[in-house]
Ligand binder design. Structure first.
Ligand code: PEP
Ligand code: MN
Length: 337
């Protein structure tokens, strides 16, 4: 931490600050400028009391961290792009990946038809929710374990690895038994105990952005995964809540190049939750590719009008086929395959 003292702080007040820093277990290094004195306090904050409270002292102007609190996810720690591989599908490499499937698993027929169609159109990973985080308790909550079994069946039939949401710590073992990638949803993005439990499974984690999460908070959430010995982290932008309600969320495409600067982890974009409108999905896919995303996650349903969740944002099987054709030149232009 850097502690900046107010101009003209007396020797006595400066000594009191240095004494406090030592008392809390840090080593102070004093730098005297013309007008101000700056103190660098060296020590590990995980094992000592925080120095932030010094900002309440009358002689202290400000207290600033020297280091970012995320380390393992940062570019500084790992300058090269990292990749995440599941069942031979590598995310973050030269090849651009598309995850696709229904918002919710509803039935065997619905899931298998969708899985076969998205694979044929070029998707490489199957998505589908079995445990659904619904705003109202009266809405469809997902098929639970039955949904997971159907996802496993769809995987057997198509060979596509499966990404599905881990909603609660209680389901960790169960979901990890069936899923290839564990999705942490927007509502749980700062549920740190869940992040730790998910990380400990060793499975790749798709960490969605909390709907009101700042980039720094998101990176810290990602740090929980990697700090718990799981380097297989994917960040997924899915839109944030703003004043705008034409779209369900505001898909923040600027966060893609921001994440590319700040972290080495692959970046995924979800234009379905991001817009809430199927008609906008293709355009946002193109934008995400141009911004440098490594993968997309897209909701696809055989009959969106009768979907049990998120009907307005799911594209049809035919619509997905066209979308894949439409985005192809953008993938090539971005230097990906
Ligand atoms: C979903 O992928 O269907 C979903 C619920 O995602 P999010 O957590 O981004 O809302
Ligand atoms: Mn959804």
């Amino acid at each position: 931490m850097i502690i900046v003292l107010k101009p003209h702080t007396s020797k006595k007040d400066e000594t009191a600050v240095l004494r406090e820093i030592r008392k809390l277990g840090y080593t102070p290094h004093v730098m005297r400028g013309v007008a101000r004195t700056v103190v660098g306090a060296i020590g590990d904050e995980r094992t000592h009391a925080s120095l932030e409270a010094l900002s309440t002292w009358p002689q202290v102007e400000s207290v600033m961290p020297i280091q970012k609190k995320y380390k393992l996810v940062s570019r500084e720690a790992h300058p090269c792009d990292s990749t995440v591989t599941t069942r031979g599908v590598m995310i973050g490499g030269k090849k651009f990946q598309v995850m696709a499937g229904p918002c919710s698993v509803e039935s065997e027929d619905q899931l298998i038809r969708t899985a076969v169609a998205v694979k044929e159109a070029g998707a490489t990973i199957l998505r589908g929710g079995a445990f659904k985080p619904r705003t109202s308790p009266y809405e469809f909550q997902g098929l639970g374990e039955k949904g997971l079994k159907l996802l496993a069946k769809a995987r057997r039939e198509t060979g596509l690895p499966v990404v599905t949401e881990l909603l609660s710590e209680n389901h960790t073992e169960l979901v990890a038994e069936y899923a290839d990638i564990l999705q942490i949803g927007t509502r749980n993005a700062q549920n740190f105990q869940l992040l730790i439990a998910a990380a400990k499974t060793g499975k790749p984690i798709l960490l969605k952005r909390g709907m009101s999460m700042r980039v720094e908070e998101w990176l810290h959430a990602g740090e929980y995964i990697v700090a718990n010995n799981n380097p297989n982290l994917l960040f997924c932008e899915r839109g944030i809540r703003t004043f705008e309600n034409y779209t369900r969320n505001t898909l923040d495409l600027s966060v893609v190049p921001i994440l590319k600067r700040e972290t080495h982890a692959p970046v995924v974009v979800d234009p379905s939750q991001g817009t809430g409108r199927s008609a906008l999905v293709t355009a946002m896919c193109k934008g995400a590719i141009a911004m440098g995303a490594d993968a997309l996650i897209i909701e696809v349903h055989p009959n969106p009008a009768e979907a049990w969740s998120d009907g307005a944002q799911q594209v049809t099987l035919e619509g997905f086929k066209t979308l894949m054709q439409d985005i192809r030149p953008f993938i090539t232009a971005a230097g990906r395959e």
